[in-house]
Design a protein around this ligand. Structure first.
Ligand SMILES: *[C@@H]1O[C@H](CO)[C@@H](O)[C@H](O)[C@H]1NC(C)=O
Ligand SMILES: *[C@@H]1O[C@H](CO)[C@@H](O)[C@H](O)[C@H]1NC(C)=O
Ligand SMILES: *[C@@H]1O[C@H](CO)[C@@H](O)[C@H](O)[C@H]1NC(C)=O
Ligand SMILES: *[C@@H]1O[C@H](CO)[C@@H](O)[C@H](O)[C@H]1NC(C)=O
Ligand SMILES: *[C@@H]1O[C@H](CO)[C@@H](O)[C@H](O)[C@H]1NC(C)=O
Ligand SMILES: *[C@@H]1O[C@H](CO)[C@@H](O)[C@H](O)[C@H]1NC(C)=O
Length: 255
């Protein structure tokens, strides 16, 4: 047994920052994770120590002394989150928070040898809900309508137009200080199969395009147009109106 341990010790000391392989463990906030000793069962005279530190494992946080049949959790801040499996000595961390991000060291003292392993635990924070994308009309003609899908205050997301289940177009947004917009041209007679989706690897938000509600309104409703366009339309219809009256009057007079 001792021989195997010494061999393992030798093997583990071949490479890595700590002279052994550092096992990377990634978890989400709120999860429970087990750092495994990979020891099937601990011996009666084993002493198991778990250490932790953000830069390096410099503080003992938990100890299992099999001979004294005693488990202690030393760090006040972490102790409510820690358990030790008394068969294997594995460290169980419950309800993980970002404070648990760091380096962990396992030390099994089995006289006369010491087994050491390292774990690099990274805790990911669940991002807040993504904003819902906003769809608006940018311009329209008699047959087609241009719409824009805009997203505010979201970073590391993709903004995509879906046509049914197919991605029609997509942009990646790494940092949005103001607004990211993605354009789409649709025909009035198109069916309502379009939706704008904003997503990151964890979550997404969808806004469906209702062509009739958005696009047809534009041709009859002044407040849907841009201000300049509205003014131009008003002026044009006024001029047309005056001209029409002029033509009618001229027509009447000439008779
Ligand atoms: C170890 O201690 C626990 C209580 O802390 C006890 O239930 C168990 O019987 C003890 N085991 C031995 C082998 O003394
Ligand atoms: C998990 O930790 C958070 C923050 O410390 C706390 O608010 C929550 O009640 C904990 N949940 C459980 C199940 O312990
Ligand atoms: C631990 O993981 C983090 C993030 O993945 C990395 O930046 C860091 O270099 C790793 N540290 C060690 C000692 O492996
Ligand atoms: C975007 O962020 C700015 C500054 O942080 C804030 O003033 C604005 O209200 C935010 N807009 C939305 C739609 O959340
Ligand atoms: C969306 O899909 C429909 C049906 O497949 C197709 O007729 C239409 O041209 C597509 N729209 C665009 C903008 O590609
Ligand atoms: C959006 O998220 C849900 C689960 O929350 C997933 O089922 C769906 O496929 C995602 N949609 C896209 C377009 O990523």
């Amino acid at each position: 047994m001792c021989l195997i341990f010494l061999q393992c010790l030798f093997f583990w000391h071949l490479d890595g920052v700590f002279g052994d392989e550092v096992k990377s463990v990634s978890v989400m906030e709120g999860d429970t994770v087990t750092l495994y000793t990979d020891v099937t069962h601990i011996h009666t005279d084993d002493v198991i120590e778990w250490m932790f530190g953000v830069q390096s494992p410099d503080e003992i946080i938990a100890e299992l002394n099999r001979e004294a049949n005693k488990t202690s959790f030393i760090n006040e801040r972490l102790k409510n989150h820690l358990q030790i499996d008394d068969q294997t000595g594995s460290l169980i961390i419950t309800n993980i928070t970002t404070e648990h991000t760091g380096l962990y060291q396992l030390e099994i003292n089995r006289k006369p040898s010491v087994l050491i392993r390292h774990f690099n635990l990274t805790v990911y924070v669940i991002p807040a809900r993504l904003p819902v994308p906003v769809i608006r009309v940018s311009s329209s003609s008699s047959s087609s309508c241009s719409v824009l899908c805009s997203v505010m205050n979201a970073s590391h997301v993709s903004v995509s137009w879906y046509n049914g289940s197919i991605i029609h177009s997509s942009i990646s947004v790494s940092d949005v200080k103001s607004t990211a917009s993605l354009h789409l041209e649709v025909e009035y007679h198109d069916s309502n199969t379009y939706r704008c989706v904003i997503n990151n690897p964890i979550t997404n938000q969808t806004q469906h395009l209702h062509i009739n509600d958005l696009c047809h309104k534009l041709s009859v409703c002044v407040e849907c147009c841009g201000f300049t366009e509205a003014v131009i339309r008003l002026v044009v219809s006024a001029v047309v109106g005056v001209a029409t009256i002029g033509v009618v009057i001229y027509d009447i007079r000439s008779r």
